[in-house]
Design a binder for this molecule. Structure first.
Ligand code: HPA
Ligand code: ZN
Length: 334
């Protein structure tokens, strides 16, 4: 079996995926025309050419500009269906989708419009592809905690339709400590908790996310490697890290894939997963992330299976949902 076939055959969960980051320029332009929204680019080609990033912020500026094309329930539905088709082709059996409601409500798009469209796509993906999914509301950390509380208030009537909350956007200067009260409230509401930490921010932000916010997984977390005590703790506690290798290279967290520390984290015993983050912007969906990383770092089939197993074990699902995926994974060769 060649690597591509093997990777696509691995039953895997995608746990770090911003649905707004799956907006391909073709759909962006189609939606912008339909909604009479002006984009900062003249064409699909010019848009793709603009995707040369120097850091997280240079990406976020374009990502928020592109998201302006999304206005109606049907737009969010089409966006997520395009993702699920790709995910299915990549062997994803379960996806936990991040969405950024504040990006949309700030433009006058109702929280319900976003949620209704995404949820309809989640149901359709289950029916069409057998993919299960969850929705995780991400708070924008460059905004205030009070603005986060306002987003939570808009979500409150729909809590049963959400599985968790996360924290994304500009990391540097916006430590997890800024959101202690908000995450405490979300915990009381029974939501799962995750946060981006240690992508561009220091290892101390990972410690804060664990200790002050009480998160169950760390999104990215690659800068943990700079703190041996933290590394040992993450291994001991088996805290899942949702690593996104192609994203890390595009945003210059690492100069190239061969320099990525994913294998070192795996060798140190951490519960590492591979995910695509914002695949429309970073040049590859989840299977491409597995393949390119395996080639660059020399990951074995056994290591790829372990990464896929980690993703299934770290998913916010019941044991009854997880068991058949794990059984199927175990049938693949090492
Ligand atoms: N980091 C922070 N915020 C984000 C990202 C990311 O990788 N993608 C979308 N929002
Ligand atoms: Zn992310």
């Amino acid at each position: 079996m060649d690597l591509d076939t093997f990777v696509r055959a691995l039953p895997k969960a995608e746990l770090h995926l911003h649905i707004e980051g799956t907006l391909e320029p073709e759909l962006m332009f189609a939606l912008a025309a339909r909604n009479r929204i002006a984009l900062p680019w003249k064409s699909v080609e010019e848009t793709r050419a603009a995707y040369a990033f120097s850091d997280l912020q240079s990406f976020l500026d374009l990502y928020y500009a592109g998201a302006a094309a999304l206005c109606h329930e049907q737009d969010f539905f089409e966006l997520a269906m395009a993702y699920f088709a790709r995910a299915h082709a990549d062997g994803v059996v379960h996806a936990e989708l991040f969405f950024d409601p504040q990006t949309h409500t700030a433009r006058g798009v109702a929280f319900e419009t976003v949620l209704d469209g995404l949820e309809r796509a989640c149901r359709a993906a289950q029916a069409r592809y057998g993919i299960s999914s969850r929705l995780i509301l991400c708070f924008l950390r460059h905004l205030s905690e009070d603005e986060g509380f306002a987003a939570l208030e808009a979500a409150q009537p729909h809590l049963a339709r959400l599985h968790g909350v996360g924290l994304d956007s500009s990391e540097k200067g916006h430590p997890p400590a800024k959101f202690v009260r908000l995450f405490a409230r979300c915990r009381e509401l029974g939501l799962h908790l995750v946060a981006h930490a240690g992508e561009e921010g220091p290892p101390a932000y990972i410690v804060e996310a664990l200790e002050l916010l009480g998160v169950e997984r760390i999104d990215h977390g690659v800068r943990a490697a700079e703190d041996p005590a933290l590394l040992a703790r993450l291994a001991r506690e088996q805290v899942p890290l949702t690593v996104c290798p192609l994203s890390n290279v595009k945003l210059r967290v690492f100069p190239n894939l061969a320099a990525h520390n994913l294998k070192a984290l795996l060798d140190a015993g951490l519960k590492v997963t591979i995910n695509s983050d914002d695949p429309a912007y970073f040049g590859g969906y989840i299977a491409q992330n597995y393949i390119d990383t395996a080639e660059a770092l020399g990951l074995s089939r056994g290591e790829l299976k372990r990464i896929a197993r980690n993703s299934l074990e770290a998913a916010f699902v019941t044991e009854a949902e997880r068991a058949p995926w794990l059984r199927r994974l175990a049938t693949l060769p090492d």
